[in-house]
Design a protein around this ligand. Structure first.
Ligand code: FAD
Ligand code: SF4
Length: 504
């Protein structure tokens, strides 16, 4: 192969595994070569969960084989067959060797990767998303506040999703009142099991390689069960629409011990690797509503996550990077507690969510926002440390979606660009939405004393500590009135208890 030169080299990155990838559009298998590389820095720039590494590698190797079967020449660097540490170093060696006339790549999802390739590669626009970054920037220009709801309604109209003669289908833009229930004492009952994807030969080889190269990384591979091909991703979509979409809306915010998945779709990783296109996912949910299989509250609640939140956070990411990464509006400076890497804490909610995260590389949105995210926010952990943890431990973690969710939504590090107020709550929120507190030695109603719930203690301390930054926020007026009702003596006890928690 070394004497033959490609007319062009077309890079396919680990989260660009779609036959609709714009670099494949006009690729001629006779003379244009595909280039893919497994590189250690992508697994180590944050201390990645083993399942996250395995998912990327297995999906990449399956896609490589699919392209080869379609007649393409694929230069593919397997992890343990080369010494180059980074994507750019691996590419540079090949550029010198093959000297292609053109090097093309679809715009990388992460700023870090785009920056590292920018002077070597011609980028093509990423057509996976429904809203181009430039379109989002046009929408954002001149607006005082970038309200997700406004963006979402615009997207519904622009793409004619759940619209009825120019009006929102079902007579409302959202159905939050019918959604977001908790299970109550009786619990969720029998739940549909998630679909099973038995590891094939390629996945088994990858699991072995990950243990060999990244054995000290967090998490387990024992439960690895993620779709790694487009065919499996389509099966996962079908399984969700058939078995879980109808109950998605009602229970999307609920939490329950020993039930990591509930009625969630488990599609984020397949979407982020681009095994699925968001348009087909939205269309499947809309069709389920049209056929009467799911009600409007369920379909809208689900579609909002993809057409609304997913597109919105990507818009925010590209609008604000790289400066966004450094934001720390509340000047939070603490380190992330060590138990985030082990789950070893007697706070039952954190133990449950972190253990599940390490076991599966998965937690649903409310677990991420209102348990692990909430605790870090109340404790005052540096947003960048929280960001690195979230980027490491979830199989769906890619920076363009993870960072705005973590630094913005969950840690209020952007000072309110993404959400109008911090998602701060006492342990009573967790008690209302879950049964975690039943098995916990703490009491969510107590803010001081031996049994005080650390969330509840830290909540009042958080409001107190951040008074200068937050007291003028009109959405926190009620909370600050309640804070002011606490006696001086009790406030001193809260501050002392919070200091103890912060000191571990
Ligand atoms: P479902 O609950 O079934 O939702 C359906 C789909 O909607 C998801 O697959 C996802 O594609 C999309 N979605 C839902 N909520 C969001 C959101 N807030 N932002 C963007 N898309 C959304 N999502 C990621 O894909 N990668 C991440 O790295 C990531 N990090 C997060 C970090 C924090 C602190 C928080 C609070 C949320 C994060 N999310 C992230 C968003 C959300 O938690 C996950 O998309 C979701 O839990 C994935 O599980 P699911 O596929 O079962 O989702
Ligand atoms: Fe979590 Fe507090 Fe409930 Fe314990 S009592 S599970 S720490 S919210």
């Amino acid at each position: 192969m070394s004497d033959v030169k490609p007319a062009s080299l077309r890079l396919v990155l680990g989260d660009q595994l779609s036959r609709d990838n714009p670099v494949l559009r006009d690729a001629d298998p006779a003379c244009d070569w595909i280039w893919m590389a497994e590189v250690p820095t992508e697994a180590t720039h944050v201390w990645s969960h083993k399942a996250r590494i395995a998912l990327f590698l297995s999906a990449m190797r399956h896609f490589r084989d699919e392209l080869k079967a379609a007649g393409y020449t694929v230069i593919y660097h397997v992890l343990d067959t080369h010494d180059f540490p980074s994507l750019r170093a691996t590419l540079d060696a090949d550029l010198e060797h093959y000297a292609p006339a053109q090097v093309l790549c679809t715009q990388p999802g992460d700023w870090r990767v785009r920056n590292s390739l920018a002077d070597a590669v011609r980028f093509r626009a990423d057509t996976h998303f429904l809203c181009a970054s430039s379109e989002f920037a046009d929408w954002a220009r001149g607006r005082k506040r970038l309200v997700m709801e406004h963006f979402y309604r615009r997207m519904r109209k622009a793409h004619a999703v759940l619209m009825d003669d120019g009006k929102p289908a079902g007579g409302a833009w959202n159905f939050d009142k019918s959604n977001r229930k908790s299970f109550g004492r009786e619990g969720p009952g029998m739940l549909p099991p998630p679909p099973a994807f038995q590891p094939d030969r390629i996945t088994r080889e990858v699991l072995t390689a990950v243990e060999e190269h990244f054995g000290t990384h967090p998490g387990s591979l024992a439960q690895f069960n993620w779709p790694v091909t487009r065919q499996q991703a389509l099966a996962a979509l079908d399984d969700f629409i058939t078995h879980r979409l109808p109950a998605f809306g009602a229970w999307q915010d609920a939490l329950w011990t020993g039930e990591p998945f509930l009625y969630h779709s488990l599609l984020s990783a397949a979407l982020n690797l681009k095994l699925l296109n968001p348009r087909e996912v939205i269309a499947a949910a809309e069709a389920a509503w049209q056929k009467g299989h799911a009600d409007i509250a369920a379909a809208e609640g689900f579609i909002r996550q993809i057409l609304g939140w997913r597109e919105y956070v990507r818009g925010i990411y590209w609008l604000t990077m790289p400066d966004y990464l450094e934001r720390n509006a509340l000047n939070a400076q603490d380190a992330l507690p060590d138990f985030y890497w082990t789950g070893e804490t007697d706070m039952q909610c954190l133990h449950e969510v972190i253990s599940q995260t390490l076991e599966f590389g998965y937690a649903h949105h409310i677990q991420r926002l209102m348990v692990t995210g909430l605790y870090a926010l109340l404790l005052g952990v540096r947003p960048q440390a929280v960001h690195e943890w979230y980027l490491a431990v979830y199989v769906d973690a890619v920076e363009w979606v993870e960072l705005p969710n973590t630094l913005g939504m969950s840690q209020f590090g952007d000072g309110g660009l993404l959400g109008t107020k911090p998602y701060a709550a006492t342990g009573k929120y967790i008690q209302r939405m879950s049964n975690y507190c039943d098995g916990c030695r703490f009491d969510p109603a107590q803010r001081t004393g031996d049994n005080a719930c650390p969330f509840t203690t830290l909540y009042w301390d958080f409001l107190d500590r951040n008074r200068n930054s937050l007291a003028d926020n009109h959405r926190l007026g009620f909370q600050y009135k309640n804070l002011d009702r606490i006696s001086v003596a009790e406030m001193q006890a809260i501050r002392k208890a919070a200091r103890r928690l912060r000191n571990g």
